[in-house]
Design a protein around this ligand. Structure first.
Ligand code: HEC
Length: 201
């Protein structure tokens, strides 16, 4: 299992910093439109930090006190060069019935295998080709890719909590995710259980 205590301590430091940055920029947010846009980015960074997106979407590396988020690969999802296989056996009926990959971005349980995706603006492997409406719909409805025919987004992605964010906060999240460095990383696909029905031919 993952000891994310260190990650949390790192995250708390980052919360304080992000909060300070946000408060500093917030005071200027009523001035010009461009200032408002940059305060959206700061607000989004603050939200990403306090809502734990990095805990699942940023790969862990070994630090002096154990695993910690590798911010040089921030929000890039499960690394493509770290295979998921061999998958552990999980008995959904047992008392201990789910677990996580040591790199921190993949989970297994009764829901199948759930792999945190790349949230950076890379066009092919991240959210670069997504629209803001698609992002908002995915978070609000829990539909994969924000499309009606999409499968449900799997646990432990806490979309039911994030679905309650205000429109402004979801917009700020999106604007921030657009502003971070694009990282090319094709995270493996999740494997839902039961598998989705085959598309009609
Ligand atoms: C507890 C772990 C966890 C946290 C925290 C988390 N995610 Fe996720 N996220 C996941 C996993 C796992 C998936 C893959 C789910 C799937 O494939 O069905 C995912 C998928 C996604 C997706 C793709 C949804 C889709 O259409 O398939 C988006 C967008 C996303 N997360 C954004 C975020 C944002 C933004 C945050 C922070 C506000 C966040 N996540 C926090 C675990 C997490």
């Amino acid at each position: 299992m993952i000891d994310s205590g260190t990650g949390r301590r790192v995250a708390l430091g980052a919360v304080a910093l992000a909060a300070a940055l946000w408060m500093a920029s917030g005071s200027a947010s009523t001035l010009a439109g461009s200032t408002a846009a940059s305060s959206d980015v700061a607000r989004g960074e603050y939200l990403v930090t306090i809502t734990g997106c990095n805990d699942c979407h940023t790969p862990f590396k070994m630090g002096p006190n154990g695993p910690e988020p590798d911010m040089s690969r921030m929000l890039s999802g499960h690394p493509e060069n770290v295979p998921l296989e061999p998958l552990p056996q999980v008995d959904p009926a047992a008392a201990w019935n789910w677990g996580g990959h040591s790199v921190g971005n993949a989970f297994i349980g009764a829901f199948g295998v759930s792999v945190a995706r790349n949230l950076t603006p890379d066009r092919e492997t991240g959210l670069g080709a997504w629209s803001e409406a698609q992002f908002v719909k995915a978070i609000r409805t829990g539909q994969h890719l924000g499309i009606d025919s999409g499968r449900p987004i799997l646990p432990p992605m806490p979309w039911p909590s994030y679905a309650r964010m205000t429109d402004e906060d979801l917009h700020a999240l999106w604007v921030y995710l657009r502003s971070i460095p694009a990282i090319r990383n094709a995270a493996p696909q999740s494997i839902p259980v039961p598998p989705p029905p085959a598309p009609a031919l």
